[in-house]
Design a binder for this molecule. Structure first.
Ligand code: CP
Ligand code: NVA
Length: 299
């Protein structure tokens, strides 16, 4: 059976942990200058209908470092963007490449693509989830503070695709997720019902951050929500991660953000550029975590 990575729970917890352990090893080997050609002659197709810096660079560089090749396919260039059916595109593209990474607005489109694809499909961000980012986040936490099992994480801000994936990660990696969102911006009710045992919906940001080990946030307006920016700035004004909020967390708590970030909105400059912030390592780890994921899916 073809393995896909559309949501974090497509891969059993033990395997997710193995992917992270292998990613930490791959990072060491890469930094030591060791050559790894395990994906020689393999091609990854990368379909994008939204912008990206980290996802595109990390997958493309990752394939090169493993001896393979990555193809950047913007929806402005391929026939999918002109209305060729998803099903036809999936059959054709998957007949020529070894794996397909997709960043498209509709999560349903990724599911349909996967149904008709003969090779692994990787969700590189949809309106519902962003599982690749969570591999990097979990790797980063483990590198800095050890296992996240039994720890408490605060999600501050929008109940969006990243929030949903943190809910899935709470179950897979065994931590508790405190969630503080403005009214009307809560995570999807289906996710709340499914992950109710691992999450606390908190009344305010201070209680959500109390004694936590990790504080995470994301932009107030995600890609595609630009027209709501002003309205969201008002709704989210009490949801900034700043020094005073971080003071509620444990003294050795760390801060993460998937990036791109808006300093002065969801996070203050002194937090994102401060000592507790792991954002640069978190971004770099996209590379190592996804190399490990590609090896897992293609072996
Ligand atoms: N975090 C993340 O996915 O970044 P990009 O949008 O730059 O790929
Ligand atoms: N929630 C953000 C994440 C960007 C990596 C978005 O969907 O735009």
């Amino acid at each position: 059976m073809t393995k896909h990575f559309i949501n974090l729970d497509d891969i059993p917890s033990d395997d997710l942990q193995q992917i992270i352990t292998q990613a930490i090893l791959l990072k060491k080997q890469h930094k030591a200058g060791e050559i790894n050609n395990r994906l020689k002659n393999k091609t990854l197709a990368m379909i994008f209908d939204k912008s990206s810096t980290r996802t595109r660079v990390s997958f493309e560089a990752g394939m090169t470092q493993l001896g393979g090749h990555a193809l950047f396919l913007s929806d402005r260039d391929i026939q999918l963007g002109r209305g060729e059916p998803i099903t036809d595109s999936a059959i054709v593209i998957s007949s020529m490449v070894d794996a397909i990474m997709m960043r498209v607005s509709s999560h349903e489109a990724i599911n349909t693509f996967a149904e008709y694809s003969s090779v692994p499909i990787i969700n590189a961000l949809s309106d519902e989830s962003h599982p690749c980012q969570l591999l990097a986040d979990m790797m980063t936490y483990q590198e800095h503070n050890g296992s996240i099992k039994g720890k408490t994480v605060a999600w501050i801000g929008d109940g969006n695709n990243m929030c949903h994936t943190y809910m899935q990660a709470a179950k897979a990696f065994g931590f508790t997720l405190n969630i503080a969102t403005p009214k009307g911006y809560e995570p999807d009710q289906g996710f709340v019902n499914q992950y109710t045992d691992c999450i606390n919906l908190c009344a305010d940001t201070n209680s959500a951050c109390k004694e936590v080990d990790l504080v995470v946030t994301d932009v107030w307006a995600s890609m595609g929500q630009e027209a709501e920016q002003k309205k969201r700035e008002l709704a989210f004004e009490d949801f900034q991660v700043n020094e005073s909020l971080m003071n509620n967390a444990k003294p050795d708590a760390v801060f993460m953000h998937c990036l791109p970030a808006h300093r002065g909105e969801e996070v203050s400059a002194d937090v994102i550029d401060g000592k507790q912030s792991l954002v640069w390592n978190e971004a770099e780890n996209r590379l190592h975590a996804q190399k490990s994921l590609l090896l897992y899916l293609l072996s």
